[in-house]
Structure formats: structure tokens, C-alpha cells
Design a binder for this molecule. Structure first.
Ligand SMILES: [Zn+2]
Length: 209
């Protein structure tokens, strides 16, 4: 793996490319940030995550004001500031419009079906925040609220947001969710998934202890 220090612009650029190349952030959608000792490094608005360079990353404070950088920060900056405010243990956040995951956010289907052991073990159920206008403070407040009990939240008719200690962890979370979503769609084509039963679920959850 490429060498870079965690929580730097290089860290953001590396995982941004991985996100785009995995189809997680089509066109100029999605945004990415890390918490640093000086504030929050966040992607600029209107950039494609695959084509960013260091100038497309802006340093903002925890109220969303620009501290360093010529570009405008992501229009969803308040989603990031609200979550960092709430959770001391989260130092990296990715917001994605991954079509597979977003399909769940746009329909009445929850990401909660016990069809894959891995999903039961690591997620169980992904909460879904209600719709508000993208980039609004209302959206940021409503969505961040779910981070009291979850590290990942679906955003109705919009996308998904996830946080962890490092961008690598967030990326793997989103990649796992996408794999679940793709598998779910595959099972629909093949006539429906065979769900794990209660006994199976209990056994799987005991692996965590
Ligand atoms: Zn969005």
C-alpha cells in the first residue's frame, strides 16, 4: 500500500481515488474528511474525488469556517462538523451516493435482512435518517443524531454516511455494505434469499464476544 500518514491530505487523496474507482462516488458526488489537531480537512465542493489534488482539500474549523485553502469546502460540511462534534472517537468521515447502497436509502427497504453472516456480525441493521434538503443544517442535525448509536447511517433519498477512526476503516465499512447490497440484489434475481434463522443469528453474534 502507498505510504502516507493517516489524517493528512495524502491520506484523503488515496482513499478518494479508491472510493471513486469502486463506484462509490459517481461524478462529483460524495465528500470526505479527517479530523486534525488544527481543524477538519475536507474535500472541496464540486470536485470529482478521483481527480482531486491537494488544492482541492480545505481546512475548516468546527463551525464550518474556512481556515486554509482557496476552494469552497463541500456543501455538506455541516454533516461532518456535527458528527465530529458528537463523537470524539470518530476522526474520519465519508459521505457516498454509492448506487447500490443508495437504492436502499431511496426505497422502503432497510439494510437489515439476515442473509449474510458477515453482515449480521458487523452491522445487523443500518439506521435510516429522514429526508431533508441536501446541504441543510436540518439534514446535518437529523443525520448526526443517529451517530449516538451507529457509525453508519443511510440518508433517505440521498445516500450514506459513515465514520471511524481512520479513512481506511470507513472505506472498508462502505465496501462491505456495498457487497451486502449487491448480494441482496443478486438474491432477488435468483428468486429471493434464504434467511439465517434465530439460532444462526445468535451463534454469529456470539463470535463478537
Ligand atoms: Zn450527498
Amino acid at each position: 500500500m502507498e505510504y502516507f500518514e493517516v489524517g493528512t491530505k495524502k491520506d484523503i487523496l488515496y482513499w478518494s481515488k479508491r472510493l471513486y474507482q469502486k463506484g462509490m462516488t459517481p461524478a462529483t458526488s460524495g465528500n470526505i474528511s479527517v479530523r486534525t489537531k488544527d481543524g477538519i480537512l475536507i474535500s472541496a465542493t464540486g470536485v470529482c474525488l478521483n481527480d482531486m489534488d491537494e488544492d482541492d482539500i480545505v481546512l475548516i474549523d468546527f463551525d464550518g469556517n474556512v481556515l486554509e485553502g482557496k476552494k469552497k469546502p463541500s456543501s455538506e460540511k455541516f454533516l461532518h462538523t456535527q458528527i465530529y462534534d458528537l463523537r470524539d472517537d470518530i476522526n474520519a468521515i465519508i459521505h457516498s451516493h454509492c448506487p447500490y447502497i443508495t437504492s436502499f436509502a431511496c426505497s422502503n427497504k432497510m439494510m437489515s435482512e439476515p442473509i449474510m453472516a458477515e453482515f449480521v456480525l458487523y452491522f445487523g441493521k443500518i439506521p435510516k435518517a429522514k429526508y431533508s434538503l441536501p446541504s441543510s443544517m436540518q439534514l446535518a442535525i437529523d443525520t448526526a443524531n443517529y451517530f449516538k448509536t451507529s457509525d453508519t447511517v443511510l440518508m433517505q433519498n440521498h445516500g450514506v454516511i459513515s465514520g471511524a477512526n481512520t479513512l481506511q476503516e470507513v472505506f472498508y465499512t462502505l465496501e462491505s455494505l456495498r457487497a451486502y447490497a449487491e448480494t441482496y440484489f443478486g438474491t432477488q434475481v435468483l428468486g429471493g434469499a434464504k434467511k439465517l434463522n434465530r439460532k444462526h443469528i445468535k451463534e454469529i453474534k456470539s463470535l463478537k464476544k
